[in-house]
Ligand binder design. Structure first.
Ligand SMILES: Cc1cc2nc3c(=O)[nH]c(=O)nc-3n(C[C@H](O)[C@H](O)[C@H](O)COP(=O)(O)OP(=O)(O)OC[C@H]3O[C@@H](n4cnc5c(N)ncnc54)[C@H](O)[C@@H]3O)c2cc1C
Length: 413
């Protein structure tokens, strides 16, 4: 189910499928090796289904090589809505013009066309509009041939990557067909339970068709469909408010005086805040390169509202680690968590003590990622301010800090 390939195969008998490992992305983004490992396996999976040429160069160099060797008449690609994707496609279009190649952009990767939805700043009214525009028509390519060309395949490249354990693109299909969507709403908030789909890398790298996911889920869990819509909401915001890439969506929150204390940032990155639930989250992120959504909110809120650290620092930290990193979704969610973004109400506080008691009641999550605390009674791990733990002392007092945060958020710049 790939609309670009389907259209190309309808219009042409011969197609040259190409995947570019963009050197500029690999180097400048300091791409984590697990993320690259996941991508390489996803490309290998695709290569087992169609002959795929793979180049490792800047997009421009790679395309010049493809144009020189294959002499195509047309180039088909997917419309991009991410900030860097839009810039990249603009460059590709320019290059096509230079070579006299017709550039064709095909809409895919979303359930609803972002431009078709009237501009909304808040999620719930967006969702109402979005449901009316969901388009589930699947596509399958017509027969085509791939010419034999002197271009490299995946096995010819020299990529340095590591095993993406515990996430593999080969597992996406099975996860989708066995995931109990009926239980999603009940279980999705408990990080120790395997209750969320864990499909985010499959979605991020396009391993599964969104339309297929939707069809499997929609009669079984509306809540799950709402999560898919959150992804599209952030793209809707990026499209309509492009300045939100770097600036707070809410103008009145653009002048918060972040403390950005180095020792706090370091303790957070190194999972030494003294709040076991927060530190367990950072350990999961750093070790597995994935983090449960509840934990993303808890650690994000702790960094911004308790330590008063600029959300951009957290956004970058997640960028360096997350397997499912998506610049638009990550930025939107960090702004949301820091209460500076779209959909700002209420002013959300994730008290790490109450969150731990509620969502990790038997400390199964904390003890998985902080095994050194496995012998400590759970009620003590929940509340490190009331109990002395054989562990780092809390770097700040949540209740004192939250007063400061409220003041900082109220101050006008
Ligand atoms: C601070 C912060 C940063 C985040 N950064 C990213 C990111 O870079 N990439 C990313 O894919 N998700 C991000 N999320 C959203 C969410 O945490 C993950 O999508 C989710 O945890 C992935 O796990 P899952 O597949 O089990 O999700 P499920 O709960 O099973 O949800 C199904 C799918 O819906 C989408 N989804 C769910 N929640 C959200 C959301 N809040 N926003 C957008 N899409 C959502 C994802 O594609 C997800 O795979 C972030 C959330 C926070 C709070």
């Amino acid at each position: 189910d790939n609309r670009g390939l389907a259209l190309a195969s309808k219009n042409h008998r011969e197609i040259v499928p190409v995947f570019i490992f963009d050197r500029d992305i690999l180097t400048t983004l300091k791409v984590d090796y697990k993320r690259l490992g996941y991508l390489v396996r996803a490309v290998a999976l695709l290569s087992s289904q169609i002959r795929l040429y793979c180049l490792q160069a800047s997009t421009e160099e790679a395309l010049r090589e493809v144009f020189r060797v294959a002499k195509p008449t047309h180039l088909y690609t997917t419309v991009s809505y991410s900030w860097s994707g839009v810039e990249r496609n603009r460059e590709i279009r320019k290059l096509c013009r230079e070579y006299g190649v017709e550039y064709v952009e095909v809409f895919d990767n979303f359930l609803a066309v972002p431009e078709a939805i009237p501009q909304r700043k808040v999620y719930t009214p967006f969702y109402t509009e979005w449901t009316k525009k969901v388009d589930l028509s699947e596509t399958s390519p017509e027969n085509f041939t791939v010419p034999q060309l002197p271009l490299p395949a995946l096995k010819d490249l020299n990529l340095d990557y590591s095993d993406p354990y515990p996430f593999y693109p080969e597992d996406c299909e099975k996860r989708l067909s066995t995931f109990p969507f009926e239980k999603y709403e009940e279980l999705r908030n408990y990080p120790a339970v395997d209750g969320s789909s864990r499909l985010s890398p499959c979605i991020r790298f396009g391993v599964l068709s969104l339309r297929e996911i939707y069809k499997r889920a929609h009669l079984r869990s509306e809540q799950f469909i709402k999560e898919l819509a959150w992804r599209e909401f952030w793209y809707h915001i990026a499209l309509n408010f492009p300045q939100s890439r770097d600036l707070e969506f809410q103008v009145k929150r653009r002048n918060i005086k972040w403390e950005n204390r180095k020792e706090h940032i370091r303790a957070f990155f190194e999972a030494r805040t003294g709040y076991p639930i927060v530190d367990a989250g950072i350990r999961q992120l750093v070790e597995e390169k994935w983090l449960h959504n509840r934990m993303r909110m808890i650690v994000g809120s702790f960094l911004t509202k308790v330590l008063l650290v600029d959300w951009r620092i957290g956004e970058k930290f997640f960028m360096e680690h997350l397997l499912d990193y998506d610049e638009v979704v990550n930025t939107g969610n960090w702004q949301w968590t820091a209460s500076v973004g779209a959909d700002p109400k209420p002013f959300r506080l994730f008290n790490p003590i109450l969150q731990a008691q509620r969502y990790d009641p038997d400390c199964a999550y904390i003890k998985t990622y902080l095994p050194e605390l496995s012998k400590v009674p759970c009620h003590m791990l929940h509340d490190p301010l009331s109990h002395r733990l054989p562990y780092h002392r809390p770097i700040v007092n949540y209740y004192e800090r939250i007063k400061l945060a409220k003041e900082a958020y109220q101050q006008k710049g």
